[in-house]
Design a protein around this ligand. Sequence first.
Ligand code: PLP
Length: 392
Amino acid sequence: MTTTPHLSEALKRIEPSRTTAMTDRATELREQGRDIISLSVGEPDFATPANVIEAAKDALDAGQTKYTPVTGTMRLKQAAALHFKRDLGIETDPKNVIVSAGGKQAIFHALVATVSAGDEVIVPAPWWVSYPQIIRFAGGRVVPLITHAKDNFRFTAGDFEALITPQTQWLMLNSPGNPTGAYYPAEMLRLIGEVLRRHPRIMVLSDDIYAPLNYTGEPHATLANLCPDLAARICTVSGVSKSHAMTGFRIGVATGPAWLISAMGRLQSHSSGNPASISQAAAVAAFEGPQDFLDEWRERFRTRRDNVVGAINAIPGLSTPVPDGAFYCFVDAAPLIERFGDDEGLAMHLLDKGVAVVAASAFGGHDGFRISFAADDAVLDEAMRRIAAALA
Ligand code: PLP
């Protein structure tokens, strides 16, 4: 990374996102004429629903091209409150909803608005790349809560409680999770809730952005619904990026205690200002329009998951548990690592053989890589053939 005397201390504490770096690298190689399959990106390959596209066009035609209120239009906050109730079982007042430029910005604002030097944030590892970077940017200390493949990358309430100190300020919860697909069923969340009752200072950031992509057949479980007495300490983040294939629209929503939503709004008023007006109109259509296409998407993702997990586990030296949600497999390659030096060396070797994946260390893991199975079935088959050949 370039360092100059002008970089702030806060910026020096963080590195660029390694998932976007790998995706950019794959795009660059493709532009040079190389045949690269990118399984590094975290977005559904399905088309954005037609009613959403229509709503965006209608908003343009209606001249909705000006500033909106900083924290989102009341129309979208109402639609988001409907989504929180219908899809997550969380009762919220639209006044306690904030709309941001993606779930990422909502998380950034929640943490930067509340974390000070010395504060600790417990982050289950492997983690989504941005959590530790945002915490460090804010001046906080990342406390890794290591999870293992044998436990389907889930921690227990006891593991969590063992890491709590007087400095603990937040627990990050991401279910279904990126990069492992880990899903926390209601009984595990209730036990986590019991720990939280014993530690009244700790807040929870529940990142439910993958909620609709749950393959267990159970309804989505989330802490603010299961433990309503703790709701004043929970910030739940959701959005349309993953559920409605709207990654480019940049809309995320969050709900939580009024003081926190207001603090996030205060920061947003000086960072991006309002999220894009056209995207907000499109997100209303996403939340209020038909949701039945999700049944088909879930089925297609589940089939891809089963095929990819089967193919990975058939390659000598690779193994992965079956992810319960989202669209990622976190692959262990420990028996092969010596050949490549480290997991970055392995990822570079696979890139050279035509498949872009992201090294496990980018997510606080080790000796493996993450693949996204949000790609066409034939493309995934070819990618699995290339990985098998590259490691033979
Ligand atoms: N949270 C997790 C776990 C994610 O994987 C992502 C996207 O990759 C986000 C939040 C942010 O999504 P977006 O900002 O695209 O809405």
